[in-house]
Design a protein around this ligand. Sequence first.
Ligand code: 0X9
Ligand code: ZN
Length: 313
Amino acid sequence: THSYTKYNSWPRVQSWIDAISTSNSQLISKQSIGSTYEGRPMTLLKLGRKSSTTKPAIFLDCGIHAREWISPAFCQWFVKEALSTYGSDSQMTSLLDQMDVYVLPVFNIDGYDYTHKSNRMWRKTRSRNSGTSCLGTDPNRNWNAGWCCKSGPSARAAGASKNPCSDTYCGSRFESEIEVKNVADFIRRNKSNIKAYLTIHSYSQLVLFPYSYTYQLAAHHSELLKVAQGAASALRSLYGTRYTSGPGAATIYPAAGGSDDWAYDLGVKYSFTFELRDTGRYGFLLPESQIKPTCMETMLAVKYIAAYVQKNL
Ligand code: 0X9
Ligand code: ZN
């Protein structure tokens, strides 16, 4: 059975998606944005007070990488908190009155399911690659943002690999992965409304923003740094958990083809990647006892960014 303080398997997340969207129909609706490689439906939740006109929106996704289990746990927590605090928490109420929040609870569903059944440390999608038995592409190297670019004289792409057996394989072309294509198509279709793109990963305790495919600073670098630092200090205010913020390339490593850089270059100015707990003691195997505190502190950071975006519409 589904629990917010456990790591739920994909079938449990799927029935949770159906149950929560039918029981709160004034505030939440679901839509399919396509299917995964293995044919599972990708269901997007839309949170917000119903309106006759199109509202500005925030896009939030979790579970791009299969083994980062705390990430889908956060998206589920976010939906629960949004629904249960609407009407009592003034910030959440005003957010969902003025804006919509699109939540994709698990991006890489095939990979997530595989980590529950076969290999806990799987990262990529589960698609076939021609000429090799190695499966999968890194869904965070598959976007059209300096895709698999070779920097300098070396034949290696920045933080991405041309080798299908690598965990950071960039794919045969950008958007080769149907999951990436489905989400990119949705964001392109709705790009005039989408004001912020937030993507949740683990681990390392970071708030990252563009760029990762280049060391060049984003046009809005100072503002993004200010917002990221504000989010990190909001997060820290609860339990003292320390997050570092900065542009991806300089803060973790250069890595081309990521969703945050793609969204930013499309025109979504407030584009952030979160790397949740911890800093390496448990890594991807974060104990279930840390789900609740991690989600509670992360809520403060996400709500900080949402409030900033709302104020600057
Ligand atoms: O390497 C990644 O994709 C992310 N780290 S993780 O350990 N979760 O795999 C960081 C993504 C930062 N953004 C880009 N590289 N665009
Ligand atoms: Zn990740």
